[in-house]
Design a protein around this ligand. Sequence first.
Ligand code: MRU
Length: 344
Amino acid sequence: MLPKTIEWKEGKVILINQQKLPSKLEFIETEKPERIAEAIRTMEIRGAPAIGAAAALALALSAYHTKARNREELISELSKTADMIRKTRPTARNLFWAIERIMNKAKKTRGSIHQIIREIANEALKILKEDEEINMKIGENGAKLIEDGDTILTYCNAGSLACVYYGTALGVIRSAWKQGKKIKVIAPETRPKLQGARLTTFELKMEGIPVTLITDNTIGLLMQKGKISKIVVGADRILSDGTTYNKIGTYTVAILAKYHKIPFYVAAPKSTFDLKATREQVEIEKRNPKEVTEICGCKIAPDGIDVLNYAFDMTPPELITAIITEKGVIYPPFKKNIPKILGQ
Ligand code: MRU
């Protein structure tokens, strides 16, 4: 197994630099919240639960190294860090959820400034610890849906690297594998940032779980040939009706799965759900055109070409077979069953 994606060590944050994978397993070590913001923006750390954990630790760093002399100054400093982190990536719910959780803790804690700082660090560490426990539970719940002999297509990377540890979609795959089920995984490369090629295959290969890398445009052919029995993907945000935002291309996979009658599962923690937002309110991130016009610094398109580089897309609930969470597996009708299973 990989080391943890992100950790806290005596007033420092240590995280795996995912931009260097799979060539090098390198770590970024920092005491600065600004450096965490940059790591999220540049996708040195990525994946919804992982950027949630990074946001929490950025606030913990702010508190730990503060020069504030009183409670008001500390809260104002934390609010500035929170604003900076909120601006990094707009789509994944976990980032905003983690900021809200830490800020609420800071605002509610009474006592000395030292007590508030301690409570913030504790709450951030709790988020990291919970991530691991939650993913184990998602794995356990999801593994029941996986049969011996299945070939599972996952998309992008919803693995240990996208979380603190273990993963959501890859958590389901890991747990099924640990139960002795002889499964195989298909990993599409996931253009343009290649999380499937660089990260998912890296994680699975490390553990000896059979994985085959394909180009994104091979997915339809494999389904047509009957080579894929199930699909398990992660999520960046899930609305109250089950509408799921995930890596660009997920919607295409879901449409193809429906046509070929292949079960399509989404695996995600409760912190990815946004039960208040409407589709109109969700911002789908658009990223730098260079991610499309260049591969590893090599130009593959003419200068000045128009580019659309959406990072995520929206999969409507009618294409989703079930949503696997730490609280249980949620089946349609999602509007009724999401609050019932999540307990909200
Ligand atoms: O742009 P990324 O790499 O942050 O996108 C990641 C995904 O879309 C994942 O599937 C999602 O965050 C779930 S991770 C458990």
